[in-house]
Ligand binder design. Structure first.
Ligand code: KIV
Ligand code: ZN
Length: 542
């Protein structure tokens, strides 16, 4: 019988570590509920000690999301493990995931410790985690570049200390599939207690091998794969969940394996993650790209019309693509809106639905049709629970090859009407400068993207902006048939988020911290001091 491969989703932890990604607690909760509907086996909800928001997100998800195991990440230190346990303990099925790097470069250059010290820290962290929680996962960070013999020693020791899952990450995406398979094979053959744990892998995509490496590991007997929706993650990202799951489903006989993911939720989950993070999915992305099931060449179209299987190895329906285009109008009512939002994967409470309805009616009054993109922009705001401190009233621009780009923006803030004009390098720049003047909030624009989301000349354009202020990032979205208007709406949305985050932080007295601060670089020790230290330790490094 086909073996079950457990799917460990780390979109909310490793995925959110992608530069520029930033999700607030309600957004993470919404995604976690959708991951539960997707039926992943494990949700890694965050890194509790890294910031008060991360702690809050993991705790909220552990308290509210049912079905999957809820895991939190922690370094191999008691303080981290304890914080992780405090955050996950409300879950029906909590897991502590602790890790330490094992490659020479990390052991010697990052930690400046001996390999024995690292092994002891790993065992100590697992034993402590086990005293708090039955389910403990341990990761050997940078396993792809770790000495094989040492890797096997660490794995054996942490299994003895009680690790229920041992994860082998290719942290820097360095290996190739046959090489990674060989690492897993050697662990299977040389670690005597390997059968007492579930072996897992976690592959990064620096050389574009993450999915191939993960699948190669499945063939060697691993039972858990760590991955992210849309392949999000540090640097080039993690293995894409949708690619792993569909490869196993489509070619199950190659792997003699299966997952229990509900593949019909894949598109919905991908869209939600893309909307809430503001990371667009490239059109040629496998499985979830807009072109993944589109056929262009005449020969292909002819083939598909004769029999879809000529050029399609899986059906769009399997991943939840219906092909039908549904639009709402002002007569669709609250029920229609709730139903369509549920179809898109959003589960709003009554207060959120009321707010979404108000925003929906504002658009429906102005336009005949309200598209899914409009709805996504609406829920983006409602789900984030960001008050509309500023609202766009009108925007007017002048530009052209001979004209100086100028924008006049009128906004509302409570009962106040604010209006100003500015010049810029282009109409969008002029709009953003005018908005900055009106709000007094000076933002650094780090990303701007507009895409057409409906067809035809009157297509709706969806603008996504990513802004930064004092290390705080926010994503704003806006959708409109006029892309300049959409651009203004997106920017104001981002301003509102930044203002809201600052107010929340002020109210809670909490200072936002991103992943644990790296230790300040020590001054190189003198030769004499190094000798003294080595003598104190009484052990050399490997
Ligand atoms: O890439 C990595 O090694 C990680 C670990 C913390 C699992 O993300
Ligand atoms: Zn990672």
């Amino acid at each position: 019988m086909a073996r079950k491969i457990h799917i460990f989703d780390t979109t909310l932890r490793d995925g959110e570590q992608a530069p520029g990604a930033s999700l607030n607690v309600p957004e993470k909760l919404q995604i976690a509920h959708q991951l539960a509907r997707l039926k992943v086996d494990v949700i890694e909800a965050g890194f509790p000690i890294s910031s008060p928001e991360d702690f809050e997100a993991v705790k909220t998800i552990a308290g509210e999301v049912r079905g999957p195991i809820i895991a939190g990440l922690s370094r191999a230190r008691h303080e981290d493990v304890k914080a992780c346990w405090e955050a996950v303990k409300a879950a029906n099925k909590p897991r502590i995931h602790t890790f330490i790097a094992t490659s020479d470069i990390h052991v010697e250059r990052k930690f400046r410790k001996t390999h024995d010290e690292i092994l002891n820290m790993a065992v100590d962290a697992v034993a402590y985690a086990k005293s708090l929680c039955d389910d403990v996962e341990f990761s050997t960070e940078d396993a792809g570049r770790t000495n094989r013999k040492y890797l096997a020693e660490v794995v054996e020791a942490v299994i003895d200390a009680g690790a229920t899952v041992v994860n082998i990450p290719d942290t820097v995406g360095y290996t190739s599939p046959w090489e990674f398979a060989e690492i897993i094979r050697s662990l299977m053959q040389t670690v005597p207690n390997i059968k007492k744990t579930r072996l897992s892998v976690h592959c990064h995509d620096d050389l574009g091998q993450s999915v191939a490496n993960s699948l190669a590991a499945v063939r060697e007997g691993v039972e858990q794969l760590e991955c992210c929706i849309n392949g999000m993650g540090e640097r080039a990202g993690n293995a894409a969940l949708e690619e792993i799951v569909m490869a196993i489903k489509t070619r199950g006989e190659l792997f003699d394996a299966k997952t229990t993911v509900n593949t019909r939720e894949i598109v919905r989950t991908s869209k939600m993650v893309s909307t809430l993070t503001g990371f667009p999915v490239p059109p040629n992305k496998a499985i979830v790209g807009a072109n993944a099931f589109a056929h262009g060449a005449g020969i292909h179209i002819h083939g598909v019309l004769s029999d879809r299987r000529t050029y399609e190895i899986m059906t769009p329906e399997t991943i939840g693509l219906s092909g039908s285009r549904i639009v709402l109008t002002r007569r669709s009512g609250r029920h229609g809106l709730r139903k369509r939002l549920a179809d898109l994967g959003y589960d709003l409470d009554d207060k959120q639905l009321e707010e979404a309805y108000e925003r929906f009616m504002t658009i429906a009054d102005r336009r005949r049709e309200v598209t899914d993109s409009d709805l996504e922009a609406i829920v983006h705001n409602v789900v984030s629970m960001v008050p509309e401190t500023y609202q766009l009233e009108t925007v007017q621009t002048t530009s052209g090859s001979e004209a100086i780009p100028t924008a006049t923006v009128r906004m509302r803030s409570g009962d106040q009407i604010l209006q100003d004009a500015a010049c810029g390098n282009g109409p969008v720049d002029a709009i953003y400068k005018a908005i900055d003047r009106l709000t007094g909030v000076k933002l650094h624009l780090v990303g701007y993207n507009v895409r057409g989301v409906t067809e035809g000349k009157a297509a709706v354009g969806e603008a996504t902006v990513r802004v930064e202020r004092n290390g705080e990032t926010a994503v704003g979205v806006g959708a409109h048939t006029d892309v300049l208007q959409a651009s203004a709406m997106a920017y104001i949305n981002a301003v509102n988020k930044i203002v809201h985050a600052a107010e929340t932080a002020k109210a809670s007295g909490a200072k936002r911290r991103k992943p644990p601060a790296k230790k300040a670089k020590k001054k190189p020790a003198t030769k004499k001091a190094r000798k003294k230290k080595a003598a104190r330790k009484g052990r050399g490094s490997r």
